[in-house]
Design a protein around this ligand. Sequence first.
Ligand SMILES: *Cc1c(COP(=O)(O)O)cnc(C)c1O
Length: 454
Amino acid sequence: MDETKILLSEKDMPKAWYNINADMPVPPQPVLHPGTMEPVTPDFLAVLFPMNLILQEVSTERWIEIPEPVRDIYRLWRPTPMYRARRLEKALDTPAHIYYKYEGASPVGSHKPNTAVAQAFFNKEAGTKALTTETGAGQWGSALSMACNFFDIDLEVYMVKVSYFQKPYRRIIMENFGAHVFASPTDHTNYGRSVLAQNPESPGSLGIAISEAVEVAATSNGTKKYSLGSVLGHVLMHQTIIGLESLQQMEIAGEYPDMVIGCAGGGSNFAGFTYPFLWKKFTEGKNVRVIAAEPASCPSITRGRYAFDYGDTAAMAPIVKMHTLGHTFVPPGIHAGGLRYHGMAPSVSALVDHGDIEGRAIPQTAAFEAAVQFARAEGIIPAPETAHAIRVAIDEALKCKASGEKKVIAFNLSGHGHFDMMAYEAYLHGKLEDYEYPQAAIEEAMTHLPQVAM
Ligand SMILES: *Cc1c(COP(=O)(O)O)cnc(C)c1O
């Protein structure tokens, strides 16, 4: 098998998503109400999410059917190609075989439409007329804008103000799809007004934008629902189409990976790529190392605590058990904006705790160095988030070079970096700095964790 691209035909596209709840080696932890700290009821979640998605969140069925209208839209770019990185292997002079799944092939350039299209469909089915969401640099906002456009749902996007002005291209993509994009903090919400009263020049943050998007949905008398692009169980599940296609593609390649790697912000592309391989491990005993690459500046898996914490900064979102740097964590301004969340998806955290997943913290200059090396070999300029996974893949391939082992390494290329050129410019001109998140700041944040009697 000496092909470079391993392609599936549309008829090979998976017909169901994989739900890891069916195979989790540890029992699920409760989701707690942020006020009472008691387990939440479905009606609490129903203010924000349609019931069909809440049922997916708690389902323990192993397979959840992908509805035909979702498959129909997926066919615009799926199945995505799997590549054998032959030119990178050569550049590294490694005996390892390196494979990557290319999710940058979607219309907006990342894995995020896999869940955006599904969430828009299930909202449409439940009668939702309008959605709200937040976006940082705009990856998630552009995916959901495209999806809402396809299903004729109105969308309000609260975009972090500094990105709204500094990164206009993704905003314009969203507007092309008909979304209403606002620079957060806005004066539409109580929370936004309170932030502006304290600091009229506030540049915004993802935490503030989440709180605004949630407030708008929660106070809409049921006319608007809220949509989140990562962290939640149903979001991770929608992404498993990535790993399910990859299983088929590795079979065509005639190899099985020794290790699978993804970058982890909230955990969705990582879980989407790796959980189907964990399914094979849990049900067929096929061993595989599973590595989550995270920024050294936002190291929730490698340095956070596995504890109950609020999902958001304003302490209004449910409390879940996860690896967390504390909800009061203030992310430093690194260029991989999509990886700057204080916590990690609860199922990823539980599997780290159980020993099925390992974390690896990567400094940003090391990530960019790997990204440029990858681009010069393979031609694709990856998103800065993805660059963290590429660093791990290259490091593992170099270990194989040293030991002479011929391991099979597979990683998820979660998105292209075409709208991240200012970050690349900073790297190429030696202006990027590394930042290790200080231990004292982590310890201070731990003192603000909710006091949960569990
Ligand atoms: C948003 C994003 C991420 C991080 O989000 P996850 O939910 O952890 O996958 C990673 N890569 C790209 C390209 C993104 O757009």
